[in-house]
Design a protein around this ligand. Structure first.
Ligand SMILES: Cc1cc2nc3c(=O)[nH]c(=O)nc-3n(C[C@H](O)[C@H](O)[C@H](O)COP(=O)(O)OP(=O)(O)OC[C@H]3O[C@@H](n4cnc5c(N)ncnc54)[C@H](O)[C@@H]3O)c2cc1C
Length: 343
């Protein structure tokens, strides 16, 4: 294999964002992924306003035909509905395969060398690279190879996603709260929504869970499925370190926040900017510090939401208080989406 400045293992959203950001710093970048584009994955498919801004700055263009804008978040549960518009623009619902295609195009335009259908293993040929980036997702092997693996997360949850052919009934992303599970619905096209179920029960599927949400079930009743159900694991996980020697981790490989935050993608885009800056300075300790700062707010928010998930006695009064005083929810959303601090 041709020598390269940076070899990235994993060409999902985090690996591609890291590749583009590093190319923009003038590095020669090679990326390898075992799958072939466009790569799909179970996801709520919501891109929050700040994540969109980073994507744009990386030259990833999503046009009106690719995605569906939405203007805020609505929580539905405990007999009430609370909502707030985003304080900082709009978000986009976009199919993972579409997002992946647009990111691959931007990476190609930036001059990233991409090797698809190329799973990387320890026994493979030697790679001559100044830096190695592990962007190989939640079950990262690079994390293990680099000796950066921490204990498995204690609070793993299971997510399942289905696309339904139905016109979105709202221009907000809806998060429906039930007993031990949530379903969130993201408008992703003029005639399509993405519904994602998250729970601690690996056997629970959307059809069965919908029985808890009659209003939502009625909206989806009769709507044809545009895709088959796809699942993935999600959890809050933070690692003591995200680099060792010349190996750095990014995206879900470097730790994650529960899917309920809708922040995993945005977080990895911000990490990509911070990683490229650190690589340019030759000091990965700077990346470690920025990574920790970037994770702080989404981790706090996911803990708060998981506490509400586990404790109905807390969730009910909290939802009622937010319904009574909408500024509480607006404040929480503003905090959740405030611009991250890199330095
Ligand atoms: C149910 C659910 C809903 C979610 N909803 C949202 C949401 O609405 N908004 C949001 O921002 N985030 C959401 N997330 C989180 C988001 O999906 C992840 O944070 C994001 O996919 C992380 O991207 P990644 O590139 O780190 O990992 P991945 O997307 O998992 O990509 C890893 C890549 O590495 C490749 N790979 C793995 N091993 C190797 C190897 N040995 N060699 C070569 N390639 C390898 C894989 O093929 C894959 O392409 C959700 C997650 C779940 C589970």
């Amino acid at each position: 294999m041709q020598p390269t400045d940076i070899f990235i293992i994993g060409g999902g959203p985090a690996g591609l964002a890291a590749a583009i950001a590093a190319r923009r710093k003038g590095f020669d970048v090679t990326l390898a992924d075992g799958a072939r584009p466009p790569i799909d994955k179970a996801c709520g498919e919501g891109l929050m306003p700040d994540g969109l801004a980073v994507l744009r700055s990386l030259g990833v263009a999503l046009d009106a035909a690719d995605a569906q804008p939405f203007g805020g978040i609505r929580f539905v549960g405990c007999g009430v509905s609370v909502e707030s518009a985003f304080p900082n623009g709009y978000a986009l619902g976009v199919r993972r395969t579409v997002l992946h295609s647009r990111m691959v195009e931007a990476a190609a335009a930036a001059g990233v060398r991409m090797l698809w259908g190329t799973p990387v293993s320890m026994a493979d040929q030697t790679i001559r690279a100044r830096w190695i980036v592990g962007a190989d997702g939640f079950h990262s092997r690079v994390r293990r190879w680099a000796g950066l693996a921490a204990k498995p997360p204690v609070d793993q949850r299971f997510g399942f996603r289905i696309h339904y052919r139905v016109a979105p009934w709202s221009d907000y992303m809806e998060l429906h709260w039930g007993a031990g599970c949530q379903i969130y619905v993201t408008p992703i096209g003029a005639q399509e929504v993405c519904a994602a179920l998250i729970s601690r029960d690996r056997r629970l599927r959307l059809d069965e869970a919908l029985a808890q949400f009659p209003q939502l079930a009625a909206r989806l009743a009769g709507a044809p499925r545009a895709t088959t159900e796809r699942g993935a694991v999600t959890a809050n996980r933070s690692l003591p370190r995200v680099y060792r020697g010349n190996v750095a981790l990014i995206g879900d490989a470097s730790g994650s926040v529960d899917a309920i935050t809708g922040e995993g993608l945005c977080l990895s885009f911000h990490q990509a900017i911070a990683l490229a800056d650190s690589l340019a300075s030759g000091d990965l300790a700077r990346y470690q510090a920025a990574h920790r700062r970037l994770a702080r707010r989404p981790t706090l928010m996911s803990r708060l939401m998981l506490t509400m998930d586990r404790r109905t006695w807390l969730r009910t009064p909290a939802f009622r208080a937010m319904a009574f005083e909408p500024r509480i929810f607006q404040g929480l959303l503003s905090f959740h989406l405030c611009a991250p601090n890199y330095s």
